[in-house]
Design a protein around this ligand. Structure first.
Ligand SMILES: CC(C)(COP(=O)(O)OP(=O)(O)OC[C@H]1O[C@@H](n2cnc3c(N)ncnc32)[C@H](O)[C@@H]1OP(=O)(O)O)[C@@H](O)C(=O)NCCC(=O)NCCS
Length: 181
């Protein structure tokens, strides 16, 4: 798994020592409710296991993975993650989606957009034909990220992957190589 650098951030693999901060994010219902698996995590073991699973992918070939978003601090080495960005197969499908979330203390600085744009460029440059961003239709903060980085907004459409009887729709964005040259 490639470590990615942006102007202000390092996107690196999640490490076992990050479990507590990961749990803090994923236990927060205000973050969890927007994610594909919306149940807040309740214990450290879940975070530890998730990191171990993501680490599995670290040595795998190909552009998919889950990166910890770590701000670059001058004259300091690695520091604690402030969020996560991932490229993975969409549930029940072969298409690729990007996912992102930030610690509530890290929003409002453009970090999600910066991390997402770099991750998409990396994925597309590695041969992925298109990358989706799928979100609940009322997730305005997330829609702003997708718009800010120039993904194409397809609108609120019936979602073949995450749609349910309660809500068949998602807001959908897509990125293709010609849009991110
Ligand atoms: C979605 C989420 C990551 C967005 O975080 P965010 O910080 O608003 O997004 P960005 O990193 O793009 O930052 C944009 C904000 O930073 C501000 N900003 C400050 N400095 C900036 C800079 N140098 N560059 C860009 N934006 C900057 C922008 O003005 C913008 O604020 P605004 O929304 O009030 O206009 C965050 O709300 C979150 O984690 N939500 C819960 C999980 C979630 O919904 N995930 C997506 C599931 S589909």
């Amino acid at each position: 798994m490639t470590i990615l650098q942006t102007e202000r951030l390092t996107l690196r693999p999640w490490a076992p020592d990050d479990a507590e901060i990961l749990l803090e994010m994923r236990a927060n219902p205000e973050i969890a409710k927007w994610l594909g698996s919306p149940e807040p995590w309740t214990d450290l073991e879940t975070a530890t296991n998730a990191i171990a699973m993501w680490q599995h992918a670290v040595n795998a070939d190909g552009p998919l993975g889950t990166w910890a978003i770590v701000p670059n601090v001058p004259n300091k080495g690695d520091s604690a993650p402030v969020g996560s960005v991932s490229l993975g197969q969409i549930r029940l499908g072969d298409e690729i989606e990007i996912g992102w979330y930030l610690h509530p203390g890290a929003v409002g600085r453009g970090w999600a957009a910066e991390a997402a744009a770099t991750t998409i460029r990396h994925g597309l440059a590695s041969g992925i034909a298109r990358i989706w961003a799928l979100m609940w239709r009322d997730n305005e903060a997330s829609a702003k990220v997708a718009r800010r980085i120039g993904m194409r907004e397809l609108g609120v459409l019936v979602d073949p992957w995450y749609g349910s009887e309660q809500d068949a729709y998602s807001r959908m964005f897509v990125a293709r190589p010609d849009m991110f040259e």
